[in-house]
Design a protein around this ligand. Structure first.
Ligand code: WAQ
Ligand code: MG
Length: 258
């Protein structure tokens, strides 16, 4: 969980756990406005890494880093949920919404293959929204969206709103924070996500225009597959998108509707 407030230059705290083969088990991060809150986050993230449905980690890495610049600020995307009873329905809903954003059928098909892969990437694939071509420089790793968090005030407000819908969970808050950063990145048109956790079958599609649209049953229960695809505008400068995602911190400071 991430917390920060005021105008202080915050700390980024990041956690990553891997198994003995170096395969990803879990990760989390946030921005914190003091060393004491960063320290609390370190303890929470460590506990999470040790108790994860993907398995027991053989290595847990925690990074605490003071940022050199103040984060960019954004309002959280609005949250909605489409209850789908079967995978085909969830995929059809995702497809319809991505098409509305201008993503072609070919690019959507390419993205579905990525999220169905049984050995998930650490990061996201960048897929050209027109041609469906993979654009990220490292196709095994993908691109990591990082240096993001939510202010303590926005977090309180968001938890209240999510709780009224039974959605006050770290998975939702963290994915919404990430999706908000991704949607606010120039050159990115939309996102598709399915968790890589075998017992987490809800995913989402998102953009600044449609908000954060949750889709239940986007993957089969028990599946180790999952992934993220960021659809990029044809002709967008890939290096610039990667720099923004990896190096420019973003703080969610206000919530929208849930
Ligand atoms: N940047 C880019 N890609 C990432 C990042 C990141 N920081 N973190 C994870 N990914 C990719 C990677 O390929 C993972 O395998 C995949 O996304 C899924 O990550 O509203 O839990 O952390 O109920 O398993 C969404 C629904 C849950 C939440 C998403 O994703 C809700 C989730 P996970
Ligand atoms: Mg996961």
């Amino acid at each position: 969980m991430s917390k920060s407030s005021g105008d202080m230059v915050p700390y980024s705290v990041r956690m990553r756990a891997v198994d003995e083969d170096g395969v990803h088990i879990s990760g989390a991060e946030g921005l914190y406005d003091s060393l004491s809150s960063a320290n609390r986050a370190v303890r929470q993230y460590t506990a999470r890494a040790m108790n994860h449905p993907r398995g027991e980690p053989s290595k847990v890495m925690i990074t605490v880093q003071r940022l050199k610049r103040r984060p960019r600020r954004a309002n959280a995307l609005a949250v909605s949920t489409i209850e789908c009873t079967v995978l085909q329905e969830a995929r059809a809903e995702a497809t319809a919404r991505l098409k509305q954003q201008g993503v072609t059928a070919r690019a959507i098909a390419s993205a579905m293959r990525i999220i169905d892969s049984s050995r998930p990437m650490r990061g996201a694939a960048l897929v050209d929204a027109q041609s469906g071509k993979r654009m990220e420089p490292d196709r095994a790793r993908g691109v990591r969206a990082t240096l993001m968090g939510i202010t303590s005030g926005a977090l309180r407000s968001l938890r209240g709103k999510l709780a009224r819908r039974g959605l006050n969970r770290p998975e939702v808050i963290e994915a919404l924070t990430l999706a908000t950063k991704v949607a606010s990145t120039p050159g990115i048109m939309a996102e598709l996500c399915a968790s890589d956790d075998p017992d987490y079958t809800t995913g989402y599609v998102a953009s600044s225009d449609m908000g954060y649209v949750r889709l239940t049953n986007i993957k089969p229960m028990g599946s180790m597959s999952g992934g993220r695809v960021f659809f990029i505008k044809p002709g967008a400068e890939v290096a610039k998108i990667v720099r923004e995602l990896e190096q420019v911190p973003l703080l969610v400071e206000r919530t929208s509707g849930v």
